[in-house]
Design a protein around this ligand. Structure first.
Ligand code: AMP
Length: 281
């Protein structure tokens, strides 16, 4: 497996692969990889001749008071994981390689990026759309892999690809969870022992909402109220949002029917965690 740090090197390698007629899959990540990321890389390895994993802690998707500095990093461990799954190349650029000092071109989105996480993280999805566009331009993959864990991000990337006619297949992958239900996240490392236990309230609330919908409840208000009540039973939890939205537009709905997304962001202490379930046909 190759480790490369410059855009030029990635381009040269991908060009050589394409010349041989090989297909290329891209898995964009911010590093500190876990089994959630591994499931994306695995799927990419199954579906493509060559897989590129980008490990880039993208500064433009973090707000000024967010956790960019504290975000965990372990590039050597990341490379070992990528190699063990069969990735061909890890792209690990410095921020200065990705953003010139006078960088001023952005990819932004209306509507979908204004609800859910976009409400409390107003510049987040502009940073995501911009960096993902850049990675798509650099790697020119046939397919790119994103987790349902970040369901709004997945919907936004799908919309961006459609709206801007990017010739890339977006593959969504299911949420990978710890044995006790907590969705795997690089940010789980912020939790102390007590917070780790309290964090289970997210997946418990997701399980409750999912069951209510499976049992036939369609009122978003009823489902949300039950989920909120559940979360509020945990004293360490502070709700950012619990919302039911249309699965494509990310706009709030009153009736939960496919395609829908029921999503939440909850603070456990200082750590903001997200979880969700989707309602499909
Ligand atoms: P991140 O490094 O947090 O930006 O995540 C990189 C990719 O991995 C994103 O597409 C995430 O949605 C995905 N991902 C992160 N955690 C999980 C998980 N627990 N299950 C599935 N995908 C995940």
């Amino acid at each position: 497996m190759e480790k490369v740090y410059t855009i030029k090197e990635v381009r040269e390698q991908v060009k050589a692969w394409k010349k041989e007629g090989l297909s290329v899959g891209l898995v964009p990540t911010m590093g500190y990889l876990h089994e959630g990321h591994a499931s994306l890389i695995q799927k990419a390895v199954e579906q493509n001749d060559k897989v590129v994993v980008s490990v880039f802690l993208n500064p433009t998707q973090f707000g000024p008071t967010e956790d960019l500095e504290a975000y965990p990093r372990d590039f050597e461990a990341d490379c070992k994981l990528c190699e063990s799954i069969g990735a061909a190349l890890v792209f690990h650029p410095e921020p200065s390689e990705m953003y010139a000092s006078d960088f001023c071109t952005w990819v932004d989105m209306d509507v979908l990026s204004k609800t859910l996480c976009g409400k409390s993280r107003p510049i987040h999805f502009r940073g995501v759309c911009t960096v993902v566009s850049k990675l798509f331009n650099i790697v020119t993959p046939d397919r790119a892999y994103f987790g349902q864990k970040d369901a709004q991000q997945l919907a936004i990337i799908r919309r961006m690809v459609r709206d801007l006619n990017m010739d890339i297949e977006i593959v969504g992958c299911p949420i990978v969870r710890e044995e006790d239900g907590l969705a795997k996240s690089s940010r789980n490392t912020y939790l102390n022992e007590e917070e780790r236990k309290a964090a289970l309230i997210l997946s418990k609330s997701v399980a409750l909402g999912k069951k209510m919908v499976a049992d036939g409840e369609t009122s978003a208000t009823v489902v949300k109220e039950a989920m909120i009540k559940k979360i509020e039973s945990e004293p360490m939890a502070k709700i950012d949002y619990v919302e039911a939205v249309d699965g494509l537009s990310m706009q709030p709905v009153e009736e939960i029917k496919a395609p829908a997304l029921v999503a939440m962001a909850v603070y456990i202490g200082k750590t903001r965690l997200i979880d969700n379930f989707i309602v499909e046909e």
